[in-house]
Design a protein around this ligand. Structure first.
Ligand SMILES: NC(=O)c1ccc[n+]([C@@H]2O[C@H](COP(=O)([O-])OP(=O)(O)OC[C@H]3O[C@@H](n4cnc5c(N)ncnc54)[C@H](OP(=O)(O)O)[C@@H]3O)[C@@H](O)[C@H]2O)c1
Length: 275
């Protein structure tokens, strides 16, 4: 049976590719975007099973209205994909408090806001699947992306908490950890108001890599992301964490190995019980 989806951030990139793929598969999709006119072509292509609405995840009323629209049109939501986000470039010292707050408002508070609106429905129906689009940056801190790295780590903390709190109510949770994908991410990247020269050797590599990502031959196309999520939706027991894209594995494996080694060394040396 066709599942009912609500996806954020569908104007471009991964969200758009996912909405298009799901609609082509015959799923019922509420594709949302801050500018829903960007979805006109998709709506025209799939008039029977894809609709769009305005949703800025910073806006509580719009979160509420989008969920109500899904209820009125589809009778419910089976899968929520918290995809909308952007990257704030800058080191911890370069990023201003306003920029950090704005980064968290979209990347962390946004998914929290929308998921909270959906959860009462899922508690009532004793089922639902919350998908959170994180990044390998939630585990591997890229130098010069402090606010973004932190936002994805926080998002993963929220998602893991939800899994621990609502699993017994039939709510499934998956954290997606994409590597590098050719999308509008680099174009949407926000820069700090002020750069500090001392950090340039550390952060310029990251900025260059992000800006040239879409030119690389081997960068993952958004269709890979759509394919992985489509497959995920068919799993009886979806994983809590799912790396996405060819490069995600290498990033995560080395980070997990390092963490494990550090932990073992510290515990073996008895540093955690020093009196
Ligand atoms: N591309 C990568 O390499 C990569 C890697 C790891 C993780 N990710 C994650 O993948 C997700 C999708 O990003 P993408 O790569 O597809 O980038 P993208 O092409 O820039 O798409 C981001 C989407 O989020 C939307 N958005 C931003 N702020 C929003 C807000 N306040 N409310 C609602 N929508 C908002 C954008 O809408 P507008 O058009 O209105 O700005 C756009 O539709 C993000 O969570 C990102 O962190 C991407």
């Amino acid at each position: 049976m066709a599942k009912r989806w609500l996806i954020t951030g569908c104007s471009t990139g991964l969200g758009r590719a996912l909405a298009a793929r799901l609609a082509a598969e015959g799923e019922r999709v509420l594709a949302t975007a801050r500018r829903p006119e960007t979805l006109a072509e998709l709506v025209a292509q799939y008039p029977d099973n894809l609709l769009s609405t305005a949703l800025d995840v910073r806006d509580q009323a719009q979160c509420q209205a989008a969920v109500e629209l899904a209820l009125d049109t589809f009778g419910g939501i089976d899968i929520l994909v918290n995809n909308a986000a952007y990257g704030q470039f800058g080191t911890l010292e370069e990023v201003s408090e306003d920029q950090l707050a704005a980064q968290f408002d979209t990347n962390v508070f946004g998914p929290w806001r929308l998921t909270r609106v959906v959860l009462p429905l899922w508690r009532a129906q004793r089922s639902g699947h919350a998908v959170f689009v994180s990044s390998v940056a939630g585990t591997v801190p890229f130098p010069g992306l402090a606010a973004y790295n932190a936002s994805k780590a926080a998002l993963e903390g929220l998602a893991e908490s939800l899994a621990a709190e609502a699993g017994h109510l039939g709510v499934k949770v998956t954290i997606l950890q994409p590597g590098g994908f050719a999308t509008g991410y680099a174009t949407a990247l926000r820069l700090p108001e002020q750069r500090i020269e001392d950090y340039a050797p550390i952060s310029n590599g990251t900025l260059g890599a992000l800006r040239s990502m879409n030119d690389k031959q081997d960068v993952n196309p958004p269709e890979v992301f759509a394919d992985v999520v489509w497959r995920l939706s068919g799993m009886q027991s979806p994983p809590l964490r799912l790396p996405v894209g060819r490069d995600s594995e290498a990033f995560l494996e080395s980070a997990y190995d390092t963490r494990r080694r550090e932990y073992d060394d510290v515990v073996k040396a008895g540093h955690h019980t020093v009196v």
